[in-house]
Design a protein around this ligand. Sequence first.
Ligand code: IPE
Ligand code: IPE
Ligand code: MG
Length: 254
Amino acid sequence: MMTDDPISLPPPSALPQHVAVIMDGNGRWAKARGQARIQGHRQGVETVRELVATCAEIGIGHLTLFAFSSENWRRPRLEVRLLRQLFLLALDREIDRLHGHGIRFRAIGDIGAFGSDIVKRVEAAEALTRGNGRLTLTIAANYGGRWDIARAAQSLAKEVEAGLLRAEDVTAEALGQHLSLVDIPEPDLFIRTGGEQRISNFLLWQLAYTELYFTPTLWPDFHRAEFERALHSFAGRQRRFGRTGDQVEAAWRA
Ligand code: IPE
Ligand code: IPE
Ligand code: MG
């Protein structure tokens, strides 16, 4: 894919390692064109392809995309059915290409609820691409941050029940070890398109120190120039992790 001049990017050392995105605004994009909502979702898949290519090209190691929340089941039955079909179609069409580009595919969330055809394809895609190291693409589907934390708590409770763990060993660190995405760095940059400024039950735990970026641009219109704006915003921030600005600057000089 042809992309813009990389000169407009921040230096590699100032790029995030892990970007997490709430891809919002597909429905409004379609509505503004007098089209059915699903057309917005279809166009949204194109934006995903573009962003994945850009991340692979510029060396961002991890991209996590919120595709379907555990609350999205509340949508009209038809939209849920069409989204499920679109997911299936995208899996069938894209996995070989992802693999060809050295991209590792993963899904997080309670995907069993989508049915065995999706589960099988997801498992096959994960197995096929397991050894790829260029970019980890994680799709969050039927995912909820609260579900993730509750599931981790359950795992720990089972260990306590089995006498493998003491209650006082249930620490933030131990809980974190049982969450989705435990094996990759926490998101450095969170992007939400579509204008809403909320987390909508995405990665609640993992976003504790993530830099947040909100844009009114609707997801189907979120092209490379917009992404670069987000990267520049990120590059201009000082991440303090609880320390003072002076401490952070002194650590840089040392
Ligand atoms: C995000 O776009 C995609 C999903 C939630 C699946 P929306 O469908 O939420 O689009 P808007 O917010 O209605 O415009
Ligand atoms: C969040 O978008 C979920 C995804 C993008 C998959 P929503 O459009 O569902 O979020 P709310 O309902 O506006 O908070
Ligand atoms: Mg929305």
